[in-house]
Design a protein around this ligand. Structure first.
Ligand code: ATP
Ligand code: MG
Length: 440
């Protein structure tokens, strides 16, 4: 039957259908632990317990996606995804602390500790869509089997299934070979996969930077052809991808890739010139170093790190010594439309403007008569610490103004120390909090 369909597809020139059918025809490679060499020691006990319970309930359970890929690369996975043939309600019945989420496609969060959960989802199949109709990855799928589930996944290296029962690895797509060769390759016809969900191109830029993999030649060609489609993608998904990039410890290289794949000019055209990139990359390298040390960086700071040059240029456009109020108003006028387009929450944008407008004060003259009283209020302002953290990133990226940074860090630690000392003596009754929002 399959042979007949393949023949018809060949004759009618349906190239993409053909590549899917060829995959579907394939029986998977099942590799034993000695053959794939994956270290099960990286899988947390809580995760193994969840899988055992599924199996005791009569269901299949596999680890899939980024966690399998990362373990094969010898890295500690950041989270674990389990797939099973159990339906959401059947999953729920097996665990005490299990919550079903999602409206159309429900999946389970099973808690392994107070604040950590494992995502357990049911195998899914994809309903075929016309190219150009973005499926948002989760929109057009129904429950299915493992050999259908594999076809909806993005890259071969993300499509390996690890069976903890016998430690075997199920490989339908040649993912293990691609991991060994360090190649990132779409499952099926790359152009079709990118048209179906253009966000995959951004994921390709990130994964190749993060894993030091090269994109397959066909994928690169397809990405270059499909790059303009990114402009139509869903803005909330794009914002989530932007945060993922800025947190992945390889954001500088991801941006270089995004530019190379021509995605940047269609997604974030404000950052796409060589001039902007040359200034941006050193700042991203600072973020990457912080993330490599697992420092948490909030979303509003990530957005600021990405767009700081635009903000700075605007603030300094007509003056060498910007004043807080003017800078605050100007940022609002100039960049609110950009933040609305990116879907940055209003509360984050307010915090960004408050922070960025205070940075010029760090390098301004400290000799005026009114300086002392300004400095006191500035140091106690609720946005001071944000601004100092941003200034530190900028100083580290540019190598300029490090004396100013030392000065302010020193002053701030003194204020904090005296604040703590006063807190320990309640009778002192001093209001140490100068919490103006937009004033110093
Ligand atoms: P990361 O380390 O960034 O979490 P990941 O591979 O685990 O990498 P997730 O976004 O957590 O990425 O997605 C989990 C899995 O779901 C992927 O490995 C992939 O198989 C699949 N997936 C995620 N997004 C898409 C998409 N847009 N199209 C197809 N498959 C996807
Ligand atoms: Mg993941």
């Amino acid at each position: 039957m399959d042979a007949l369909i393949v023949k018809i597809a060949e004759q009618s020139g349906l190239k993409h259908m053909l590549s899917f059918l060829k995959l579907r025809k394939k029986t998977p490679l099942i590799l034993s632990a000695e053959k794939h060499g994956m270290n099960k020691g990286y899988v947390e006990k809580g995760v193994l317990d969840i899988m055992n319970r599924l199996r005791r309930g009569g269901f299949e359970a596999y680890l899939v996606g980024g966690c399998v890929r990362d373990i094969l690369l010898g890295k500690k996975p950041k989270d674990f995804d389990v797939v099973t043939d159990a339906r959401p309600n059947q999953i729920k019945r097996l665990y005490r602390r299990c919550y079903l989420i999602g409206r159309r496609f429900r999946l389970a969060h099973v808690y392994i500790s107070r604040d950590r959960f494992v995502e357990v989802s049911t195998f899914r199949a994809v309903i075929d869509t016309e190219p150009g109709q973005e499926n948002g990855f989760a929109e057009n799928n129904i429950f299915g089997t493992m050999d259908q589930d594999v076809l909806r996944r993005d890259f071969t290296v993300n499509s390996l299934y690890f069976n903890s029962a016998d430690s075997s690895l199920v490989d339908y797509t040649g993912g293990l070979r691609d991991i060994r060769k360090k190649i990132l390759r779409s499952i099926g016809d790359p152009e079709r996969r990118y048209r179906e969900d253009p966000v995959r191109m951004i994921r390709a830029a990130r994964f190749s930077a993060q894993l030091s993999f090269s994109l397959s030649r066909q994928d690169l060609k397809a990405a270059l052809a499909c790059a303009p489609l990114i402009a139509e993608a869903n803005s909330s998904r794009l914002l989530e991808e932007l945060y993922k990039i800025l947190r992945c410890s390889a954001s500088a290289r991801t941006f270089v890739n995004l530019n190379h794949f021509h995605l940047l000019k269609h997604w974030l055209p404000e950052l796409a010139s060589d001039k902007q990139l040359n200034r941006l990359v050193p700042r991203l390298e600072v973020l990457d170093r912080l993330r490599a040390r697992e420092v948490e960086i909030p979303n509003f700071m990530l957005i600021t790190a990405a767009f700081y040059d635009l903000f700075r240029d605007a603030i300094y456009e007509n003056t060498d010594a910007p004043v807080f109020q003017d800078a605050f108003v100007l940022l609002g006028q100039r960049f609110t439309p950009l933040m609305v387009r990116l879907r940055v929450p209003r509360k984050d944008w307010d915090r960004i403007r408050n922070m960025v407008s205070r940075v010029p004060a760090f390098t301004g003259s400290r000799s005026s008569k009114r300086w002392k009283s300004f400095e006191k209020r500035f140091l106690r302002n609720s946005h001071f610490e944000d601004a100092l953290n941003l200034f530190e990133i900028i100083v580290e990226a540019t190598g300029e103004n490090s004396r100013d940074l030392q000065y302010w860090k020193q002053r701030f630690s003194e204020v904090k120390r005296s604040h703590h000392a006063r807190e320990r003596v309640p009778a002192a009754g001093v209001d140490a909090d100068g919490t103006g929002t937009t004033d110093d």
